[in-house]
Design a protein around this ligand. Structure first.
Ligand SMILES: C[C@](O)(CO)[C@H](O)COP(=O)(O)OP(=O)(O)OC[C@H]1O[C@@H](n2ccc(N)nc2=O)[C@H](O)[C@@H]1O
Ligand SMILES: Nc1ncnc2c1ncn2[C@@H]1O[C@H](COP(=O)(O)OP(=O)(O)OP(=O)(O)O)[C@@H](O)[C@H]1O
Length: 265
């Protein structure tokens, strides 16, 4: 087999605490990250050329700006990639980062090569996406520590169709030195999550006020928790079970909104 078909799941920051800032401007993070059963699909082989198709392909670069080609360059090879986009871009769920990580995994497999620096040079979210499983993400994203024993979470993902540039949201942070997460309480995961934060939610709402509408709409469907992922604008709701998440996804349909029921793990 000289071709690999790989899945690039949406990344969800269940928590995202900003605890400091380095001299180079990058922020120190303390985040619990999980992955959804919703994502992009890629066919990867050694060769040349990129095609982008699928329901969310509009506006995604098909040249060297695409992170999947940057990922191949990082591995020191040329790749032939067919990318099927299902995730919105610049949405806080790591679409580009997860695509890049999927290519790194496929090329590692096809070439036997190592991934330099776990892909951090491609983006702060790439190392955790390369791990591809529930993990704490710390440092600026380079410290990834797998977390075992979390239950599957029934969820909806909701993006209101507006792009949010990550850099602008970090710039809007009033405080850089916020408290870290408290120790994970697996016996009361939802209660624990409610007591944690996404520190980027405030500045992201300033950039895109519609995020507040999304969170209110999710809360109105009876979610046990509603939060924003990453730097937004995608928000998630957690539900008692998958049937409730599916019903919520139905209820949350609005023109221009991207809504998916998902299992997070
Ligand atoms: C917000 C998160 O999605 C949380 O998972 C990530 O930290 C961002 O990951 P990403 O999109 O891969 O980010 P990058 O492409 O590396 O960085 C985009 C911009 O976000 C800011 N940035 C990013 C990561 C970080 N730890 N501190 C930062 O200040 C920088 O201004 C940077 O120029
Ligand atoms: N494979 C890709 N898929 C989507 N966008 C890409 C890709 N490669 C490069 N881009 C560019 O990167 C920009 C950011 O999109 P991307 O989906 O990577 O953000 P994101 O990772 O969701 O952001 P966040 O870090 O907040 O989760 C887009 O505006 C797009 O132009």
């Amino acid at each position: 087999m000289t071709e690999r078909r790989v899945f690039a799941p949406a990344k969800v920051n269940l928590t995202l605490h900003v605890t400091g800032q380095r001299a180079d401007g990058y922020h120190l993070l303390d985040s619990l990250v999980v992955f959804a059963d919703v994502g992009d699909w890629l066919d990867v082989s050694l060769g040349h050329g990129l095609t982008v198709s699928g329901p969310m392909a509009a506006g995604v670069p098909t040249d060297g700006r695409n992170l999947v080609l940057k990922a191949a360059a990082l591995m020191g090879v040329e790749a032939r990639i067919a990318l099927e986009k299902h995730l919105p871009a610049a949405a806080g769920i790591g679409g580009g980062s997860s695509d890049a990580a999927a290519v790194l995994r496929a090329l590692r497999d096809l070439t036997g090569g190592e991934v330099p620096g776990a892909g951090l040079s491609l983006g702060a979210d790439v190392p955790v996406c390369l791990a591809g499983r529930a993990a704490y993400m710390r440092g600026i994203g380079e410290v990834v520590e797998p977390v075992d024993g979390l239950p599957d979470l029934a969820a909806v993902l909701v993006n209101p169709g507006v792009e949010v540039p990550t850099g602008a949201v970090f710039k809007g942070l009033a405080r850089k030195d916020n408290p870290a997460m408290t120790p994970l309480d697996r016996s009361d995961l939802i209660g624990w999550l409610r007591a944690q934060r996404n520190d980027l939610e405030g500045p992201a709402r300033e950039v895109q006020p519609v995020i507040s509408d999304v969170l209110e709409a999710i809360e109105a469907t009876g979610s046990v928790l509603a939060r924003m992922s990453g730097s937004g604008a995608t928000c998630f709701g957690i539900y008692e079970d998958r049937a409730q998440a599916e019903a919520a996804a139905q209820a949350l349909g609005r023109p221009g909104w991207w809504v998916r029921a998902a299992t997070l793990r």
